[in-house]
Write a protein that binds this ligand. Structure first.
Ligand SMILES: [Zn+2]
Ligand SMILES: [Zn+2]
Length: 305
Protein backbone atom coordinates (compact mmCIF):
# COMPACT_ATOMS: atom_id res chain seq x y z
CA UNK A 1 0.00 0.00 0.00
CA UNK A 2 1.27 3.49 -0.84
CA UNK A 3 1.40 5.51 2.35
CA UNK A 4 0.80 9.19 3.03
CA UNK A 5 1.84 10.96 6.21
CA UNK A 6 -0.50 13.38 7.94
CA UNK A 7 0.24 17.08 8.25
CA UNK A 8 0.07 18.12 11.89
CA UNK A 9 -3.15 20.12 11.45
CA UNK A 10 -4.77 17.76 8.94
CA UNK A 11 -8.21 16.21 9.36
CA UNK A 12 -8.25 12.43 9.44
CA UNK A 13 -10.87 12.42 6.65
CA UNK A 14 -8.47 14.40 4.48
CA UNK A 15 -5.64 11.95 5.15
CA UNK A 16 -7.86 8.99 4.26
CA UNK A 17 -8.87 10.77 1.07
CA UNK A 18 -5.24 11.33 0.10
CA UNK A 19 -4.38 7.70 0.83
CA UNK A 20 -7.23 6.53 -1.40
CA UNK A 21 -5.93 8.70 -4.25
CA UNK A 22 -2.35 7.52 -3.70
CA UNK A 23 -3.62 3.95 -4.10
CA UNK A 24 -5.88 4.63 -7.11
CA UNK A 25 -8.99 3.50 -5.32
CA UNK A 26 -12.11 4.88 -3.68
CA UNK A 27 -12.48 6.18 -0.12
CA UNK A 28 -14.88 3.33 0.68
CA UNK A 29 -12.36 0.69 -0.43
CA UNK A 30 -9.59 2.27 1.57
CA UNK A 31 -11.62 2.62 4.80
CA UNK A 32 -12.75 -1.01 4.49
CA UNK A 33 -9.13 -2.01 4.07
CA UNK A 34 -7.62 0.12 6.85
CA UNK A 35 -10.26 -0.25 9.54
CA UNK A 36 -11.80 -3.60 8.55
CA UNK A 37 -15.18 -2.02 9.28
CA UNK A 38 -17.74 -1.81 6.51
CA UNK A 39 -19.62 1.42 5.92
CA UNK A 40 -17.21 3.60 7.85
CA UNK A 41 -16.77 5.89 4.87
CA UNK A 42 -20.38 7.02 5.37
CA UNK A 43 -19.63 8.18 8.91
CA UNK A 44 -18.00 11.36 10.10
CA UNK A 45 -14.62 9.83 10.87
CA UNK A 46 -13.26 13.12 12.23
CA UNK A 47 -15.63 12.61 15.15
CA UNK A 48 -15.75 8.82 15.16
CA UNK A 49 -14.87 6.95 18.33
CA UNK A 50 -12.68 4.12 17.04
CA UNK A 51 -12.67 0.73 18.71
CA UNK A 52 -9.44 -0.81 20.01
CA UNK A 53 -9.24 -3.16 17.02
CA UNK A 54 -9.72 -0.32 14.59
CA UNK A 55 -6.98 1.69 16.32
CA UNK A 56 -4.61 -1.29 16.19
CA UNK A 57 -5.29 -1.74 12.52
CA UNK A 58 -4.58 1.93 11.73
CA UNK A 59 -1.38 1.82 13.72
CA UNK A 60 -0.22 -1.32 11.93
CA UNK A 61 -1.02 -0.14 8.42
CA UNK A 62 -0.28 3.59 8.64
CA UNK A 63 2.12 3.67 11.55
CA UNK A 64 0.08 6.43 13.24
CA UNK A 65 -0.09 5.96 16.99
CA UNK A 66 -2.22 8.87 18.04
CA UNK A 67 -5.02 9.03 15.48
CA UNK A 68 -7.05 11.32 17.80
CA UNK A 69 -4.60 14.12 17.09
CA UNK A 70 -6.13 14.26 13.62
CA UNK A 71 -9.72 14.11 14.79
CA UNK A 72 -12.02 16.70 16.34
CA UNK A 73 -12.84 14.64 19.42
CA UNK A 74 -10.17 16.56 21.30
CA UNK A 75 -12.50 19.57 21.43
CA UNK A 76 -15.03 17.72 23.57
CA UNK A 77 -15.11 19.44 26.90
CA UNK A 78 -13.88 22.71 25.40
CA UNK A 79 -16.29 23.78 22.68
CA UNK A 80 -19.23 21.52 23.57
CA UNK A 81 -19.99 19.45 26.63
CA UNK A 82 -20.32 16.26 24.64
CA UNK A 83 -21.08 15.34 21.09
CA UNK A 84 -24.17 13.67 19.92
CA UNK A 85 -22.43 11.68 17.23
CA UNK A 86 -25.44 11.36 14.99
CA UNK A 87 -26.84 14.82 15.45
CA UNK A 88 -25.77 18.37 14.76
CA UNK A 89 -22.92 19.94 16.66
CA UNK A 90 -23.15 23.48 17.87
CA UNK A 91 -19.73 24.67 16.70
CA UNK A 92 -18.46 21.95 14.37
CA UNK A 93 -19.65 21.76 10.79
CA UNK A 94 -21.94 18.93 9.88
CA UNK A 95 -20.57 16.26 7.63
CA UNK A 96 -22.86 14.34 5.37
CA UNK A 97 -22.09 11.85 2.70
CA UNK A 98 -25.34 11.25 0.90
CA UNK A 99 -25.19 11.55 -2.85
CA UNK A 100 -25.99 15.00 -4.18
CA UNK A 101 -27.00 16.34 -0.83
CA UNK A 102 -26.95 20.10 -1.25
CA UNK A 103 -28.15 21.02 2.22
CA UNK A 104 -24.83 20.68 4.03
CA UNK A 105 -22.02 23.18 3.97
CA UNK A 106 -19.59 21.11 6.02
CA UNK A 107 -16.38 21.80 4.12
CA UNK A 108 -14.80 25.22 4.28
CA UNK A 109 -11.48 26.12 2.79
CA UNK A 110 -8.90 28.77 1.99
CA UNK A 111 -7.96 28.52 -1.72
CA UNK A 112 -4.44 29.82 -1.02
CA UNK A 113 -3.80 27.18 1.66
CA UNK A 114 -5.09 24.40 -0.64
CA UNK A 115 -2.82 25.73 -3.36
CA UNK A 116 0.21 25.64 -1.06
CA UNK A 117 -0.56 22.16 0.32
CA UNK A 118 -3.63 20.27 -0.84
CA UNK A 119 -5.15 18.92 2.36
CA UNK A 120 -8.01 19.93 4.67
CA UNK A 121 -7.13 21.72 7.91
CA UNK A 122 -8.78 20.78 11.21
CA UNK A 123 -9.70 24.38 11.99
CA UNK A 124 -11.83 24.56 8.87
CA UNK A 125 -14.50 22.48 10.56
CA UNK A 126 -14.72 24.79 13.57
CA UNK A 127 -17.41 27.39 13.08
CA UNK A 128 -15.56 29.94 15.20
CA UNK A 129 -12.89 29.95 12.46
CA UNK A 130 -14.03 31.93 9.45
CA UNK A 131 -10.82 33.66 8.49
CA UNK A 132 -7.51 32.24 7.25
CA UNK A 133 -4.94 33.82 9.53
CA UNK A 134 -2.10 32.98 7.21
CA UNK A 135 -3.57 34.66 4.15
CA UNK A 136 -5.82 37.22 5.85
CA UNK A 137 -8.92 36.32 3.90
CA UNK A 138 -12.36 34.88 4.61
CA UNK A 139 -12.79 31.15 4.14
CA UNK A 140 -15.21 29.88 1.49
CA UNK A 141 -17.84 27.17 1.92
CA UNK A 142 -19.15 26.78 -1.61
CA UNK A 143 -17.83 26.50 -5.14
CA UNK A 144 -17.52 29.99 -6.69
CA UNK A 145 -18.33 28.55 -10.10
CA UNK A 146 -21.57 26.61 -9.47
CA UNK A 147 -22.38 27.87 -5.92
CA UNK A 148 -22.95 24.35 -4.65
CA UNK A 149 -21.55 23.02 -1.39
CA UNK A 150 -18.18 21.32 -1.30
CA UNK A 151 -18.92 17.63 -1.35
CA UNK A 152 -16.43 15.42 0.29
CA UNK A 153 -15.03 12.82 0.22
CA UNK A 154 -15.14 13.19 -3.46
CA UNK A 155 -16.26 9.95 -5.02
CA UNK A 156 -15.32 10.84 -8.58
CA UNK A 157 -12.02 9.17 -8.61
CA UNK A 158 -10.37 11.19 -11.30
CA UNK A 159 -10.90 14.32 -9.21
CA UNK A 160 -8.39 15.83 -6.84
CA UNK A 161 -9.02 17.29 -3.40
CA UNK A 162 -9.19 20.77 -4.96
CA UNK A 163 -11.88 19.97 -7.55
CA UNK A 164 -15.56 20.83 -7.08
CA UNK A 165 -17.49 17.55 -7.08
CA UNK A 166 -20.33 18.99 -9.14
CA UNK A 167 -18.59 21.04 -11.83
CA UNK A 168 -14.92 20.11 -11.52
CA UNK A 169 -13.87 23.73 -10.92
CA UNK A 170 -10.33 24.09 -9.58
CA UNK A 171 -11.02 25.56 -6.13
CA UNK A 172 -7.42 26.77 -5.84
CA UNK A 173 -8.25 29.48 -8.35
CA UNK A 174 -11.15 30.92 -6.29
CA UNK A 175 -10.85 34.59 -5.47
CA UNK A 176 -11.00 35.69 -1.85
CA UNK A 177 -11.77 38.83 0.05
CA UNK A 178 -8.76 40.25 1.86
CA UNK A 179 -9.10 41.34 5.48
CA UNK A 180 -7.05 44.02 7.17
CA UNK A 181 -4.71 42.80 9.89
CA UNK A 182 -6.38 45.01 12.49
CA UNK A 183 -9.87 43.89 11.51
CA UNK A 184 -12.42 42.96 14.15
CA UNK A 185 -12.92 39.58 12.42
CA UNK A 186 -9.33 38.56 13.15
CA UNK A 187 -9.39 40.00 16.63
CA UNK A 188 -12.54 38.13 17.64
CA UNK A 189 -11.36 34.87 16.06
CA UNK A 190 -8.13 35.09 18.07
CA UNK A 191 -9.98 35.73 21.32
CA UNK A 192 -12.22 32.72 20.72
CA UNK A 193 -9.37 30.43 19.65
CA UNK A 194 -7.46 31.34 22.79
CA UNK A 195 -10.49 30.58 24.93
CA UNK A 196 -10.91 27.27 23.11
CA UNK A 197 -7.29 26.28 23.57
CA UNK A 198 -7.19 27.20 27.27
CA UNK A 199 -10.66 25.86 28.02
CA UNK A 200 -11.50 28.88 30.15
CA UNK A 201 -11.73 32.67 30.09
CA UNK A 202 -11.32 35.37 32.67
CA UNK A 203 -13.96 37.90 33.49
CA UNK A 204 -13.81 40.40 36.35
CA UNK A 205 -11.01 38.42 38.03
CA UNK A 206 -12.83 35.14 37.88
CA UNK A 207 -12.26 32.17 35.64
CA UNK A 208 -15.09 30.61 33.71
CA UNK A 209 -15.29 27.40 31.75
CA UNK A 210 -15.17 27.89 27.95
CA UNK A 211 -18.23 25.75 27.14
CA UNK A 212 -20.54 28.27 28.79
CA UNK A 213 -19.33 31.11 26.60
CA UNK A 214 -19.68 29.09 23.41
CA UNK A 215 -23.16 28.04 24.49
CA UNK A 216 -24.11 31.64 25.16
CA UNK A 217 -22.56 32.95 21.96
CA UNK A 218 -24.61 30.53 19.90
CA UNK A 219 -27.73 31.76 21.59
CA UNK A 220 -26.88 35.43 20.99
CA UNK A 221 -26.10 34.75 17.32
CA UNK A 222 -29.57 33.26 16.90
CA UNK A 223 -31.09 36.43 18.34
CA UNK A 224 -28.95 38.69 16.16
CA UNK A 225 -29.86 36.61 13.11
CA UNK A 226 -33.52 36.91 13.98
CA UNK A 227 -33.19 40.71 14.17
CA UNK A 228 -31.46 40.66 10.76
CA UNK A 229 -34.21 38.44 9.36
CA UNK A 230 -31.82 35.60 8.64
CA UNK A 231 -33.79 32.42 8.52
CA UNK A 232 -31.02 29.82 8.15
CA UNK A 233 -31.68 27.20 10.75
CA UNK A 234 -28.06 26.08 10.90
CA UNK A 235 -25.20 28.55 11.11
CA UNK A 236 -23.06 26.26 8.88
CA UNK A 237 -25.17 27.45 5.96
CA UNK A 238 -24.11 31.06 6.36
CA UNK A 239 -21.12 32.21 4.35
CA UNK A 240 -18.04 32.33 6.62
CA UNK A 241 -17.85 36.10 6.16
CA UNK A 242 -21.43 36.52 7.32
CA UNK A 243 -21.01 34.12 10.22
CA UNK A 244 -17.87 35.96 11.30
CA UNK A 245 -19.86 39.18 11.30
CA UNK A 246 -22.59 37.68 13.51
CA UNK A 247 -20.04 36.19 15.91
CA UNK A 248 -18.16 39.50 16.22
CA UNK A 249 -21.35 41.48 16.61
CA UNK A 250 -22.58 39.14 19.36
CA UNK A 251 -19.33 39.31 21.29
CA UNK A 252 -19.36 43.10 21.08
CA UNK A 253 -22.91 43.08 22.45
CA UNK A 254 -21.49 41.53 25.60
CA UNK A 255 -19.16 44.48 26.15
CA UNK A 256 -20.20 46.66 29.03
CA UNK A 257 -22.63 43.91 29.85
CA UNK A 258 -25.55 44.01 30.38
CA UNK A 259 -26.13 47.61 29.27
CA UNK A 260 -25.27 47.30 25.61
CA UNK A 261 -27.11 44.02 25.23
CA UNK A 262 -30.17 45.29 27.05
CA UNK A 263 -30.26 48.36 24.84
CA UNK A 264 -30.06 46.16 21.76
CA UNK A 265 -32.80 43.86 23.01
CA UNK A 266 -34.99 46.79 23.84
CA UNK A 267 -34.46 48.50 20.50
CA UNK A 268 -35.29 45.31 18.64
CA UNK A 269 -38.16 44.38 20.92
CA UNK A 270 -36.56 41.19 22.15
CA UNK A 271 -37.89 41.58 25.64
CA UNK A 272 -39.44 38.27 26.39
CA UNK A 273 -37.07 36.01 28.29
CA UNK A 274 -38.46 32.98 26.50
CA UNK A 275 -37.48 34.50 23.18
CA UNK A 276 -34.08 35.57 24.44
CA UNK A 277 -33.19 32.15 25.78
CA UNK A 278 -34.90 30.40 22.90
CA UNK A 279 -34.84 26.61 23.14
CA UNK A 280 -32.21 26.86 25.87
CA UNK A 281 -34.66 28.23 28.39
CA UNK A 282 -35.21 24.79 29.88
CA UNK A 283 -31.54 23.86 29.73
CA UNK A 284 -29.91 26.73 31.53
CA UNK A 285 -27.21 24.52 32.98
CA UNK A 286 -24.56 25.55 30.47
CA UNK A 287 -25.38 29.23 30.25
CA UNK A 288 -22.84 31.19 32.36
CA UNK A 289 -24.35 32.37 35.62
CA UNK A 290 -22.99 35.92 35.15
CA UNK A 291 -25.19 36.16 32.08
CA UNK A 292 -28.31 34.70 33.61
CA UNK A 293 -28.11 36.71 36.82
CA UNK A 294 -27.42 39.92 34.93
CA UNK A 295 -30.23 39.34 32.52
CA UNK A 296 -32.44 39.35 35.61
CA UNK A 297 -30.69 41.88 37.84
CA UNK A 298 -28.44 44.05 35.61
CA UNK A 299 -25.34 43.69 37.73
CA UNK A 300 -22.03 42.86 36.06
CA UNK A 301 -19.95 44.91 33.70
CA UNK A 302 -17.71 43.07 31.20
CA UNK A 303 -14.78 43.96 28.96
CA UNK A 304 -13.77 41.79 26.05
CA UNK A 305 -12.10 43.91 23.45
ZN1 LIG B 1 -4.96 30.35 3.79
ZN1 LIG C 1 -18.72 23.76 -8.72
Amino acid sequence: MNKCYPYKDELLSSLIFRISRANYTSVSNITNYIFKTKGLYLKDIDLYNFSKDELLSINKLLNIKNIRKYQLLKYIGYIEENFNFNGRKRWITHFHNKKNDLKFYGIRFCPHCIKESPYLRQYWRLLIVNVCQKHNCFLLNSCPNCNKNIKYPNSHYEQEIFNCYYCGFDLRTSTTETIKKESIHLKVQNILLNILNYGYYKLNNRYYYSIGLFYLLRLLIKNVMRVNKKTEYYIDNLKPKELSYFISFSLILLENFPHRLNKYYKKNKLLNLHTILDKYRNKKLNIPNWYLSSIYYNTISTRWL
